[in-house]
Design a protein. Structure first.
Length: 261
């Protein structure tokens, strides 16, 4: 078996050859920005493999993400911004600084204290021009909304701004649901959107308190629905029916059968 360092360097050299004159025209044409959609796609594919505990697929997708990291670093090096060594050095130093309970004098921190310390060090080490920013401004604006809601609440909670118990959030959910129903009764579209957002935010808060990651929960439900819908469609096809031809009663019949499979 080859050492990982050798394999890593081989991958770097392959990418450099693709980017060099006489290499691949597509790879040579890529920029920092043009690669971002592909990088996001590969990340989602890795998440999907991880959620399914498909380790062969996860290995493949992590390789694709690694390729994008190297690709971005190579482009940055060509532009004279930074190189792959800089990337590794930055994250290495970050991990040491944010784990004083392992690499420093502070010992025996609880998981919550580790998280609080992480955020405190993160604020302390911000560049001078970034120190006017708030704790929540560090949450990426492009993050999926359910995950962003979770992270915003999590960061606020690290400073004590949180519900004491998960049960306490039930009253808030009931309140938001009541306000949502009122907006519906008034047919106020702006209020409907606003109140539905509040309701979702409260549900995410409850999920966080019971340590259920909402994005993962919803993805699981989507997979379950998709699997049953596919089975329903195939069952209808076996009866000589397309989805357009089938009645709601026929679809419901096959749906209930699919739930038992």
């Amino acid at each position: 078996m080859r050492e990982s360092g050798t394999s890593f360097q081989e991958l770097v050299e392959i990418l450099r050859k693709l980017r060099a004159p006489g290499g691949c025209n597509w790879d040579r044409a890529q920029t920092t920005q043009s690669l971002l959609p592909y990088m996001i796609e590969e990340t989602y594919e890795a998440v999907e493999a991880g959620e399914a505990s498909d380790y062969d697929k996860l290995k493949e997708e992590l390789g694709d993400i690694l390729l994008h990291i190297i690709f971005q670093a190579e482009i940055a090096e060509e532009l004279g911004k930074f190189d792959m060594r800089d990337v590794v050095e930055v994250v290495t130093q970050k991990m040491i600084e944010r784990h004083p309970h392992v690499f420093g004098d502070r010992k025996d921190l609880t998981p919550d204290q580790v998280r609080q310390n992480w955020e405190a060090v993160k604020l302390k080490t911000r560049k001078k021009e970034e120190r006017h920013l708030t704790v929540l401004s560090g949450v990426p604006k492009t993050m999926p909304s359910l995950l962003k809601a979770y992270r915003v609440q999590e960061k606020a909670a690290q400073f004590g701004f949180d519900w004491e118990r998960a049960e306490d959030i039930f009253a808030k959910i009931d309140e938001e649901l009541s306000e949502f129903k009122e907006a519906l009764s008034l047919n106020d579209k702006a209020a409907i959107q606003d109140e539905f957002g509040d309701l979702l935010f409260s549900l995410v808060n409850f999920a966080r308190h019971i340590q259920a990651e909402p994005e993962t929960c919803l993805n699981g439900t989507i997979r379950k629905f998709s699997d049953r819908f596919d089975k329903m469609e195939k069952a209808l096809q076996a009866r000589g029916l397309t989805l357009k031809q089938a009645t709601l009663a026929q679809m419901e019949e096959e749906w209930q059968r699919a739930k038992l499979l």
